[in-house]
Design a protein around this ligand. Structure first.
Ligand code: SF4
Ligand code: SF4
Length: 338
């Protein structure tokens, strides 16, 4: 990444954080899925299929228009494997044309020097690749040995921020691989983070003593800002629940390939409303709603968004929200009768 692009990236980050702290009335981060299909089949993953078609560009543009309308700061394209989408560059360009930050999550398999240059031209701001192990096994082929060449291409040609995420838990056999992945990322000039792999419903897997030791060693190597924001991970490593306010459905949105808004990748179906119909009323209800899955949630990006509002606006359970709504309606009826 060139120095000038790096400075611009830092300034844009500072701007969206300042904006998010100043106002709670807009979406901070949206994950959008342009294609559910993936070229891999990781053993722990429930976010891919092997047959679905790409969402057409015009449909993607309409969804992005709506995200812009909701004041979204960052749009991260995820999957499946979004690099398989034939119009990915146009999607990125469109995100940037709407003044939003464009991020991409990929398994790294499709990066060539030419493809990276085209992503530079499209205006991609940031890329995250998750690498699960050093050598491929039956759980995952997102492996350092397979991807190292791609990482070298990225180090040489990419003009966007790159984060390499290593993982622990969820059936990954050699936890020490996470350390090798993080060391290689730092060597190539990338930032690095470590995540705990969630189980099928997005909740916690307890780490063994060895996993915990490696988890802390990898965290030390990583981006200090991320480490500070990911304080919740220390509780996860200990297998303890912790208190925070998940703002999914409002400050964070997950838009699936069918254009429905979900809390996150692991809680699809809630609220399950089409993005085109999503209103500020939905946004405000979800902002206030306490999520039952929060105490053991391992999803890093939603935590980081949650930190921006963790100190304000306590949440209520769905039952309490319905009760409050009914009380308001009753007061309205009395006033109208008067
Ligand atoms: S590469 Fe990503 S989307 Fe594809 S199967 Fe693996 S974890 Fe799932
Ligand atoms: S707490 Fe929020 S991000 Fe975590 S699983 Fe539940 S809805 Fe998803």
């Amino acid at each position: 990444m060139r120095k000038s692009t790096f400075l611009k990236w830092k300034l844009r980050q500072a701007a969206f954080i300042t904006r998010a702290l100043a106002s709670t009335n807009h979406v901070v981060l949206a994950h959008i899925i342009p294609m559910r299909r993936c070229n891999l089949a990781c053993g722990y993953c429930n976010e891919y299929d092997q047959t679905s078609k790409p969402v057409p560009l015009e449909v993607m543009k309409k969804r992005l228009d709506k995200l812009a309308e909701l004041g979204t700061s960052i749009v991260t394209i995820s999957g499946g494997e979004p690099m398989m989408h034939p119009e990915l560059d146009q999607i990125i360009r469109y995100i940037r044309s709407k003044g939003m930050i464009a991020g991409l999550i990929s398994n790294g398999y499709y990066f060539t020097p030419d493809r990276i240059k085209r992503l530079n031209e499209a205006g991609l701001d940031s890329l995250q690749i998750s690498i699960d192990n050093v050598a491929p096994d039956e759980v995952s082929r997102k492996s350092l040995r397979v991807l190292d060449k791609k990482l070298r291409y990225l180090a040489e040609h990419a003009d966007f921020h790159i984060n390499i995420n290593s993982v622990i838990g969820g059936g990954i056999k050699q936890p020490e691989d996470a350390l090798s992945v993080a060391q290689r990322a730092v060597e190539l000039g990338f930032s690095t983070t470590v995540g705990v792999i969630h189980d099928e419903d997005g909740t916690l897997k307890q780490l063994t003593e060895k996993e915990k030791e490696i988890f802390h060693a990898v965290k030390k190597l990583g981006n200090k800002d991320h480490a500070r924001l990911n304080w919740f991970q220390d509780s996860i490593a200990e297998g303890k629940p912790y208190e925070w306010r998940c703002r999914s459905g409002s400050r964070y949105l997950y838009i699936c390939e069918d254009g429905l808004v979900h809390w996150c990748s692991q809680q699809r179906g809630y609220p399950g409303i089409p993005l085109e119909d999503y209103s500020m009323e939905d946004f405000k209800r979800e902002y206030k709603t306490e999520k039952w899955c929060a105490p053991t949630c391992t999803i890093q990006c939603v935590h980081q968004v949650g930190i921006l509002d963790n100190w304000r606006d306590p949440q209520m359970t769905p039952v309490q929200i319905r009760r409050e709504q009914k009380q308001k309606e009753r007061v309205g009826e009395v006033l109208r009768a008067d």
